[in-house]
Design a protein around this ligand. Structure first.
Ligand code: GRF
Length: 206
């Protein structure tokens, strides 16, 4: 990433893209000094693609079925990201586990948002896992991606209360509001060069 050019983001999606929208809005308002170089979806029907196209962002549909294994899928993804000169990869509801091919191509430069306070409730249906466990607080976590599932160094977390009558849907909606703020804040820190990774600990400078 050169000193004066805006940081180039590659955003990987699979679904509705509300986190993508939150990032687009903050870039357009000037809050985050970055440019979305491309949006890549592993699903042709992801609404996130419509959101990206509305804002004139290049989109690539990169479906799972065209590849025999996860590593060759990731190698093709890395090639797309390199072609778009991406500095930071954002997993915004991307429903695939990355292999070492992707992780090693972008060391400490892939961010994911997870709808729970890691390391609790990793994997799918994190909000339902939190309800089933009976926690009073859950939230969201932005972390760098390593080869595990939701195990990489934690950048930021936000706490969200769990209400007595919450369902998976109501808790998810409350957590998503926090996701949009927290993801944007973490991306802003990265593009401003304020994040340093020290083993598992992420140091943030002011
Ligand atoms: C979010 O809840 C995020 O935590 C999870 O996937 C969901 C994506 O939602 N990883 P959206 O596509 O950004 O609306």
């Amino acid at each position: 990433m050169s000193a004066n050019a805006p940081c180039r983001l590659g955003v990987l999606v699979s679904g509705s893209g509300t986190n993508l929208q939150a990032i687009i809005d903050r870039i357009e308002s000037g809050e985050i000094r970055a440019e979305i170089a491309c949006v890549i979806s592993n699903r042709a029907d992801a609404y996130a693609l419509t959101r990206a196209a509305r804002h004139g962002i290049p989109v690539v549909v990169h479906e799972n079925s065209s590849f025999s294994d996860r590593r060759s899928y990731d190698a093709a993804t890395v090639e797309i990201l390199r072609r778009h000169e991406v500095d930071l990869v954002i997993l915004a509801g991307f429903m695939r586990i990355l292999t070492d091919v992707m992780v090693n191509a972008f060391p400490n430069a892939i961010m994911n948002i997870h709808p729970a306070l890691l390391p609790s409730f990793q994997g799918l249906h994190a909000q339902q896992q939190a309800l089933d466990y009976g926690v009073r607080y859950s939230g969201c976590t932005v972390h760098f991606v390593d080869c595990g599932t939701d195990t990489g160094p934690i950048i930021m977390q936000s706490v969200v209360p769990v209400e007595q009558d919450d369902t998976e849907e109501t808790l998810s909606a409350r957590i998503q509001k926090a996701e949009h703020q927290t993801f944007a804040a973490a991306i802003k820190l990265f593009v401003e060069g304020k994040i340093r990774v020290d083993g598992r600990r992420v140091r943030i400078s002011d």
